[in-house]
Ligand binder design. Structure first.
Ligand code: SF4
Length: 389
Protein backbone atom coordinates (compact mmCIF):
# COMPACT_ATOMS: atom_id res chain seq x y z
CA UNK A 1 0.00 0.00 0.00
CA UNK A 2 1.45 3.44 -0.86
CA UNK A 3 2.74 5.31 2.17
CA UNK A 4 0.53 8.34 1.57
CA UNK A 5 -2.54 6.13 1.94
CA UNK A 6 -1.30 4.38 5.04
CA UNK A 7 -0.87 7.76 6.72
CA UNK A 8 -4.50 8.76 6.18
CA UNK A 9 -6.47 6.04 7.86
CA UNK A 10 -9.72 7.91 8.45
CA UNK A 11 -11.85 10.67 7.03
CA UNK A 12 -11.09 12.91 9.97
CA UNK A 13 -9.49 16.08 8.53
CA UNK A 14 -7.00 15.97 11.44
CA UNK A 15 -5.65 12.72 10.05
CA UNK A 16 -4.64 14.59 6.89
CA UNK A 17 -2.45 17.02 8.78
CA UNK A 18 0.58 14.75 8.24
CA UNK A 19 0.30 14.84 4.49
CA UNK A 20 2.74 16.98 2.56
CA UNK A 21 1.37 18.43 -0.66
CA UNK A 22 3.65 19.81 -3.36
CA UNK A 23 2.31 22.32 -5.89
CA UNK A 24 4.39 23.48 -8.85
CA UNK A 25 4.28 27.27 -8.82
CA UNK A 26 3.99 27.92 -12.52
CA UNK A 27 1.55 29.26 -15.11
CA UNK A 28 -1.83 30.22 -13.65
CA UNK A 29 -1.00 28.89 -10.21
CA UNK A 30 0.50 32.40 -9.97
CA UNK A 31 -2.98 33.96 -9.98
CA UNK A 32 -4.77 31.18 -8.08
CA UNK A 33 -2.35 29.88 -5.46
CA UNK A 34 -4.31 31.57 -2.65
CA UNK A 35 -7.33 29.52 -3.70
CA UNK A 36 -5.34 26.28 -3.42
CA UNK A 37 -3.94 27.33 -0.08
CA UNK A 38 -7.39 28.11 1.37
CA UNK A 39 -8.88 24.96 -0.13
CA UNK A 40 -6.23 22.53 1.10
CA UNK A 41 -5.93 23.99 4.60
CA UNK A 42 -9.72 23.78 4.92
CA UNK A 43 -9.38 20.06 4.15
CA UNK A 44 -7.03 19.64 7.09
CA UNK A 45 -3.64 19.92 5.38
CA UNK A 46 -1.26 21.92 7.56
CA UNK A 47 -0.17 25.23 6.01
CA UNK A 48 3.52 24.41 6.42
CA UNK A 49 2.96 21.07 4.70
CA UNK A 50 1.88 22.80 1.49
CA UNK A 51 5.06 23.18 -0.50
CA UNK A 52 5.19 25.45 -3.52
CA UNK A 53 8.17 25.10 -5.84
CA UNK A 54 10.61 28.02 -5.94
CA UNK A 55 10.78 30.81 -8.46
CA UNK A 56 11.87 29.67 -11.90
CA UNK A 57 15.64 29.74 -12.37
CA UNK A 58 18.27 28.29 -14.67
CA UNK A 59 19.71 26.47 -11.70
CA UNK A 60 16.32 24.88 -10.94
CA UNK A 61 16.03 23.68 -14.52
CA UNK A 62 19.63 22.43 -14.69
CA UNK A 63 19.39 20.59 -11.39
CA UNK A 64 15.92 19.09 -11.64
CA UNK A 65 14.45 19.46 -15.12
CA UNK A 66 17.26 18.60 -17.51
CA UNK A 67 16.41 15.88 -20.01
CA UNK A 68 12.74 15.87 -19.04
CA UNK A 69 11.40 18.25 -21.67
CA UNK A 70 8.68 16.91 -23.92
CA UNK A 71 7.14 18.80 -26.83
CA UNK A 72 8.60 22.07 -28.02
CA UNK A 73 6.58 24.73 -26.26
CA UNK A 74 6.51 28.31 -25.04
CA UNK A 75 9.07 29.25 -22.43
CA UNK A 76 6.78 29.30 -19.31
CA UNK A 77 5.61 25.73 -20.02
CA UNK A 78 9.16 24.57 -20.73
CA UNK A 79 10.13 25.73 -17.26
CA UNK A 80 7.63 23.30 -15.75
CA UNK A 81 10.12 20.41 -15.79
CA UNK A 82 12.36 22.25 -13.30
CA UNK A 83 9.40 22.92 -10.97
CA UNK A 84 8.20 19.31 -11.14
CA UNK A 85 11.70 17.96 -10.58
CA UNK A 86 12.32 20.25 -7.62
CA UNK A 87 9.21 18.96 -5.86
CA UNK A 88 10.04 15.32 -6.56
CA UNK A 89 13.82 15.27 -6.09
CA UNK A 90 14.67 18.46 -4.22
CA UNK A 91 12.78 18.19 -0.93
CA UNK A 92 14.40 17.53 2.42
CA UNK A 93 11.10 16.00 3.50
CA UNK A 94 9.44 14.10 0.73
CA UNK A 95 5.99 15.17 -0.44
CA UNK A 96 3.12 12.69 -0.39
CA UNK A 97 0.85 14.30 -2.94
CA UNK A 98 1.93 16.11 -6.09
CA UNK A 99 -0.93 18.47 -6.85
CA UNK A 100 -0.89 20.06 -10.29
CA UNK A 101 -4.33 21.33 -11.36
CA UNK A 102 -5.27 21.62 -15.02
CA UNK A 103 -7.01 24.98 -14.90
CA UNK A 104 -9.67 25.24 -17.58
CA UNK A 105 -11.28 28.58 -16.74
CA UNK A 106 -10.09 31.38 -14.46
CA UNK A 107 -11.92 33.44 -11.84
CA UNK A 108 -11.26 36.73 -13.60
CA UNK A 109 -12.73 40.05 -12.44
CA UNK A 110 -13.93 40.40 -16.05
CA UNK A 111 -16.07 37.27 -15.91
CA UNK A 112 -19.64 37.96 -17.01
CA UNK A 113 -18.54 40.92 -19.13
CA UNK A 114 -16.44 39.02 -21.68
CA UNK A 115 -17.17 35.99 -23.88
CA UNK A 116 -15.20 33.55 -21.67
CA UNK A 117 -12.39 33.40 -19.15
CA UNK A 118 -10.56 30.37 -20.49
CA UNK A 119 -6.96 29.80 -19.66
CA UNK A 120 -4.52 29.34 -22.53
CA UNK A 121 -4.70 25.77 -23.93
CA UNK A 122 -1.04 25.38 -23.03
CA UNK A 123 -1.86 26.30 -19.44
CA UNK A 124 -4.74 23.80 -19.36
CA UNK A 125 -2.68 20.98 -20.79
CA UNK A 126 0.60 22.03 -19.17
CA UNK A 127 0.47 19.47 -16.33
CA UNK A 128 -0.05 16.55 -18.74
CA UNK A 129 2.65 17.82 -21.02
CA UNK A 130 5.19 18.27 -18.21
CA UNK A 131 4.25 15.05 -16.45
CA UNK A 132 5.07 13.10 -19.62
CA UNK A 133 8.74 13.89 -19.05
CA UNK A 134 8.54 12.22 -15.64
CA UNK A 135 6.86 9.00 -16.72
CA UNK A 136 8.30 8.37 -20.18
CA UNK A 137 10.92 5.85 -19.05
CA UNK A 138 9.59 4.99 -15.62
CA UNK A 139 6.96 6.53 -13.38
CA UNK A 140 9.08 8.80 -11.20
CA UNK A 141 6.12 9.67 -8.99
CA UNK A 142 5.26 6.05 -8.19
CA UNK A 143 8.92 5.21 -7.69
CA UNK A 144 9.14 7.91 -5.04
CA UNK A 145 5.88 6.97 -3.32
CA UNK A 146 4.21 10.18 -4.50
CA UNK A 147 0.60 10.31 -5.59
CA UNK A 148 0.21 12.47 -8.70
CA UNK A 149 -3.09 14.39 -8.63
CA UNK A 150 -4.16 16.63 -11.48
CA UNK A 151 -7.83 17.62 -11.50
CA UNK A 152 -9.33 19.47 -14.45
CA UNK A 153 -10.91 22.44 -12.76
CA UNK A 154 -13.09 25.29 -14.02
CA UNK A 155 -12.18 27.94 -11.47
CA UNK A 156 -14.24 30.48 -13.39
CA UNK A 157 -17.40 28.49 -12.62
CA UNK A 158 -17.52 28.10 -8.82
CA UNK A 159 -20.68 25.97 -8.84
CA UNK A 160 -19.05 23.04 -10.61
CA UNK A 161 -15.69 23.22 -8.89
CA UNK A 162 -16.62 21.15 -5.78
CA UNK A 163 -17.72 18.22 -7.94
CA UNK A 164 -14.63 18.42 -10.13
CA UNK A 165 -12.28 18.44 -7.15
CA UNK A 166 -14.24 15.85 -5.19
CA UNK A 167 -14.13 13.38 -8.09
CA UNK A 168 -10.33 13.56 -8.16
CA UNK A 169 -9.64 13.82 -4.46
CA UNK A 170 -12.09 11.31 -3.03
CA UNK A 171 -9.59 8.49 -3.66
CA UNK A 172 -6.70 10.52 -2.35
CA UNK A 173 -8.18 11.82 0.90
CA UNK A 174 -10.16 8.95 2.36
CA UNK A 175 -13.41 9.96 4.00
CA UNK A 176 -13.71 13.09 1.92
CA UNK A 177 -17.32 14.03 1.18
CA UNK A 178 -18.78 16.29 -1.45
CA UNK A 179 -20.14 18.54 1.28
CA UNK A 180 -16.72 18.93 2.88
CA UNK A 181 -15.22 19.65 -0.54
CA UNK A 182 -17.88 22.29 -1.11
CA UNK A 183 -16.99 24.06 2.15
CA UNK A 184 -13.28 23.89 1.34
CA UNK A 185 -13.89 25.33 -2.13
CA UNK A 186 -15.78 28.19 -0.51
CA UNK A 187 -12.76 28.80 1.76
CA UNK A 188 -10.50 28.72 -1.26
CA UNK A 189 -12.45 31.41 -3.08
CA UNK A 190 -12.65 33.50 0.07
CA UNK A 191 -8.88 33.32 0.58
CA UNK A 192 -8.28 34.28 -3.04
CA UNK A 193 -10.75 37.16 -2.86
CA UNK A 194 -9.25 38.50 0.38
CA UNK A 195 -5.78 38.46 -1.15
CA UNK A 196 -6.91 40.16 -4.37
CA UNK A 197 -8.81 42.83 -2.42
CA UNK A 198 -5.77 43.57 -0.25
CA UNK A 199 -3.55 44.06 -3.29
CA UNK A 200 -6.17 46.16 -5.09
CA UNK A 201 -6.48 48.39 -2.03
CA UNK A 202 -2.69 48.87 -2.13
CA UNK A 203 -2.94 49.70 -5.82
CA UNK A 204 -5.54 52.34 -5.05
CA UNK A 205 -3.25 53.88 -2.41
CA UNK A 206 -0.45 54.07 -4.96
CA UNK A 207 -2.71 55.68 -7.56
CA UNK A 208 -4.06 58.22 -5.07
CA UNK A 209 -0.56 59.16 -3.95
CA UNK A 210 0.50 59.63 -7.59
CA UNK A 211 -2.61 61.74 -8.31
CA UNK A 212 -2.10 63.90 -5.21
CA UNK A 213 1.54 64.59 -6.05
CA UNK A 214 1.19 64.51 -9.84
CA UNK A 215 3.78 61.74 -9.99
CA UNK A 216 3.99 59.09 -12.71
CA UNK A 217 3.54 55.38 -12.15
CA UNK A 218 3.92 52.41 -14.49
CA UNK A 219 1.43 49.70 -15.38
CA UNK A 220 2.68 46.22 -16.30
CA UNK A 221 0.60 44.39 -18.90
CA UNK A 222 1.63 40.77 -18.77
CA UNK A 223 0.44 37.33 -17.72
CA UNK A 224 0.39 36.59 -13.99
CA UNK A 225 3.37 34.26 -14.27
CA UNK A 226 5.54 37.12 -15.50
CA UNK A 227 5.66 38.02 -11.79
CA UNK A 228 7.95 34.98 -11.49
CA UNK A 229 11.49 36.48 -11.53
CA UNK A 230 12.66 33.66 -13.82
CA UNK A 231 9.89 34.32 -16.37
CA UNK A 232 9.58 38.12 -16.32
CA UNK A 233 13.21 38.76 -15.29
CA UNK A 234 12.10 41.45 -12.82
CA UNK A 235 12.25 44.17 -15.45
CA UNK A 236 9.65 46.15 -13.53
CA UNK A 237 11.77 45.84 -10.38
CA UNK A 238 14.71 47.42 -12.23
CA UNK A 239 12.40 50.33 -13.11
CA UNK A 240 11.08 50.66 -9.58
CA UNK A 241 14.66 51.29 -8.47
CA UNK A 242 14.37 54.62 -10.30
CA UNK A 243 11.53 55.55 -7.95
CA UNK A 244 8.54 54.81 -10.18
CA UNK A 245 5.72 52.88 -8.49
CA UNK A 246 4.67 49.75 -10.39
CA UNK A 247 1.12 48.43 -10.78
CA UNK A 248 0.11 45.11 -12.32
CA UNK A 249 -3.15 44.90 -14.25
CA UNK A 250 -4.18 41.76 -12.32
CA UNK A 251 -4.35 43.84 -9.12
CA UNK A 252 -5.59 47.13 -10.47
CA UNK A 253 -8.29 48.62 -8.19
CA UNK A 254 -11.82 47.99 -9.41
CA UNK A 255 -13.77 50.25 -7.04
CA UNK A 256 -17.10 51.43 -8.54
CA UNK A 257 -16.23 55.14 -8.22
CA UNK A 258 -13.00 54.67 -10.14
CA UNK A 259 -14.63 52.50 -12.79
CA UNK A 260 -17.51 54.97 -13.19
CA UNK A 261 -15.07 57.83 -13.67
CA UNK A 262 -12.92 55.92 -16.19
CA UNK A 263 -15.69 54.36 -18.27
CA UNK A 264 -18.88 56.31 -17.47
CA UNK A 265 -18.75 58.40 -20.65
CA UNK A 266 -18.23 55.33 -22.84
CA UNK A 267 -21.17 53.58 -21.19
CA UNK A 268 -23.45 56.61 -21.63
CA UNK A 269 -22.35 56.89 -25.26
CA UNK A 270 -23.22 53.21 -25.80
CA UNK A 271 -19.63 52.29 -26.72
CA UNK A 272 -19.47 49.65 -23.98
CA UNK A 273 -22.10 48.05 -21.76
CA UNK A 274 -20.09 48.05 -18.54
CA UNK A 275 -16.69 49.20 -17.22
CA UNK A 276 -15.39 45.67 -17.82
CA UNK A 277 -16.67 45.39 -21.37
CA UNK A 278 -13.78 45.17 -23.84
CA UNK A 279 -15.81 44.41 -26.97
CA UNK A 280 -14.90 47.85 -28.35
CA UNK A 281 -11.24 46.80 -28.64
CA UNK A 282 -11.22 42.98 -28.49
CA UNK A 283 -14.34 41.20 -29.77
CA UNK A 284 -12.95 37.65 -29.39
CA UNK A 285 -12.72 37.90 -25.64
CA UNK A 286 -12.31 34.22 -24.74
CA UNK A 287 -8.91 34.06 -23.09
CA UNK A 288 -8.89 35.28 -19.50
CA UNK A 289 -5.34 36.60 -19.25
CA UNK A 290 -5.55 38.19 -22.70
CA UNK A 291 -8.83 39.91 -21.78
CA UNK A 292 -7.28 41.37 -18.63
CA UNK A 293 -4.29 42.69 -20.57
CA UNK A 294 -6.59 44.38 -23.11
CA UNK A 295 -8.66 45.88 -20.30
CA UNK A 296 -5.43 47.13 -18.72
CA UNK A 297 -4.51 48.91 -21.94
CA UNK A 298 -7.85 50.77 -21.81
CA UNK A 299 -7.24 51.68 -18.18
CA UNK A 300 -3.74 52.95 -18.92
CA UNK A 301 -5.17 55.17 -21.64
CA UNK A 302 -7.62 56.76 -19.18
CA UNK A 303 -5.55 57.35 -16.06
CA UNK A 304 -3.23 60.38 -16.42
CA UNK A 305 -0.72 59.25 -13.82
CA UNK A 306 -0.05 55.99 -15.63
CA UNK A 307 2.63 57.60 -17.75
CA UNK A 308 4.11 54.38 -19.08
CA UNK A 309 3.06 50.82 -19.90
CA UNK A 310 5.50 47.93 -19.76
CA UNK A 311 4.43 44.95 -21.85
CA UNK A 312 6.04 41.58 -21.15
CA UNK A 313 5.67 38.47 -23.27
CA UNK A 314 7.41 35.11 -23.43
CA UNK A 315 9.27 33.24 -26.11
CA UNK A 316 6.96 31.33 -28.47
CA UNK A 317 3.75 32.69 -26.97
CA UNK A 318 1.19 32.27 -29.71
CA UNK A 319 -1.53 33.83 -27.57
CA UNK A 320 0.21 37.17 -27.20
CA UNK A 321 1.18 37.73 -30.82
CA UNK A 322 -2.22 39.00 -32.11
CA UNK A 323 -2.46 41.40 -29.17
CA UNK A 324 0.79 43.28 -29.74
CA UNK A 325 -0.57 45.84 -32.20
CA UNK A 326 -3.98 46.60 -30.62
CA UNK A 327 -2.46 47.05 -27.18
CA UNK A 328 0.31 49.30 -28.42
CA UNK A 329 -2.21 51.38 -30.38
CA UNK A 330 -4.61 51.82 -27.46
CA UNK A 331 -1.80 52.90 -25.15
CA UNK A 332 0.12 55.14 -27.55
CA UNK A 333 -2.96 56.91 -28.92
CA UNK A 334 -3.58 58.20 -25.40
CA UNK A 335 -0.08 59.70 -25.30
CA UNK A 336 1.15 57.13 -22.79
CA UNK A 337 4.67 55.75 -23.20
CA UNK A 338 4.77 52.13 -24.31
CA UNK A 339 7.71 49.74 -24.06
CA UNK A 340 7.50 46.09 -24.95
CA UNK A 341 9.80 43.23 -23.95
CA UNK A 342 8.89 40.27 -26.14
CA UNK A 343 10.25 36.74 -26.49
CA UNK A 344 11.54 36.61 -22.91
CA UNK A 345 13.22 33.27 -22.26
CA UNK A 346 15.81 31.86 -19.90
CA UNK A 347 18.47 34.41 -20.70
CA UNK A 348 18.23 37.84 -19.23
CA UNK A 349 20.48 39.82 -21.52
CA UNK A 350 21.64 42.01 -18.66
CA UNK A 351 23.32 44.58 -20.91
CA UNK A 352 20.42 45.19 -23.28
CA UNK A 353 17.79 45.13 -20.50
CA UNK A 354 19.86 47.64 -18.54
CA UNK A 355 20.11 49.93 -21.55
CA UNK A 356 16.36 49.71 -22.21
CA UNK A 357 15.52 50.29 -18.55
CA UNK A 358 17.79 53.34 -18.55
CA UNK A 359 16.08 54.55 -21.72
CA UNK A 360 12.63 54.17 -20.15
CA UNK A 361 13.77 56.00 -17.02
CA UNK A 362 15.22 58.76 -19.19
CA UNK A 363 11.95 59.13 -21.15
CA UNK A 364 9.96 59.21 -17.93
CA UNK A 365 12.18 61.82 -16.40
CA UNK A 366 11.98 63.95 -19.52
CA UNK A 367 8.35 63.54 -20.59
CA UNK A 368 6.21 62.27 -17.71
CA UNK A 369 5.13 65.74 -16.51
CA UNK A 370 4.03 66.65 -20.04
CA UNK A 371 2.26 63.28 -20.49
CA UNK A 372 0.36 63.64 -17.21
CA UNK A 373 -0.71 67.21 -18.03
CA UNK A 374 -1.93 66.26 -21.51
CA UNK A 375 -3.87 63.27 -20.23
CA UNK A 376 -5.35 65.33 -17.40
CA UNK A 377 -6.59 67.90 -19.91
CA UNK A 378 -8.86 65.30 -21.50
CA UNK A 379 -9.85 63.28 -18.43
CA UNK A 380 -13.49 63.23 -17.29
CA UNK A 381 -14.41 65.53 -14.38
CA UNK A 382 -14.70 64.32 -10.79
CA UNK A 383 -11.62 62.10 -10.58
CA UNK A 384 -12.07 60.07 -7.37
CA UNK A 385 -8.31 59.74 -6.98
CA UNK A 386 -8.11 63.45 -6.25
CA UNK A 387 -10.70 63.51 -3.48
CA UNK A 388 -9.54 64.10 0.06
CA UNK A 389 -8.89 60.80 1.82
S1 SF4 B 1 -0.27 32.35 -22.88
FE1 SF4 B 1 1.60 32.15 -24.10
S2 SF4 B 1 3.24 31.95 -22.62
FE2 SF4 B 1 1.33 31.51 -21.56
S3 SF4 B 1 1.09 29.29 -21.68
FE3 SF4 B 1 -0.03 30.18 -23.40
S4 SF4 B 1 1.38 30.17 -25.11
FE4 SF4 B 1 2.57 29.87 -23.23
Amino acid sequence: MPRWFARTPSGDPKSRSHLRVGIPRLLNVWSTHQFWWGFLTALGIEGEAIVFSSDTSEDQNRQFGKGRGTVDCCYPVKCGAGHYGELVFGQKRKIDIFFSPMIYTLPSFLRGHVAETLSCPRVMAGPENIKAGFIKEKDVFAENGIRYVSPLVSLGEPLIVPKQLYETLKDVLPGLTLEETRRAVHEGYQTLQDFNERLRAKGREVLEACAREDKPCLLVLARPYHMDPGIGHEIEVDLQVYGYPILWVQYFPVDPDLLGWMFGEDIRAGIVKSPFDISDVWPSSYSSNTNEILWGAKVAARVPWIACVIRLSSYECGMDQPTYTPIQQIVERSGTLFFSFQDLDSTKPAGSVKIRVETIAHYLEKYSTEIIEKKKASMPPGCPLLRDP
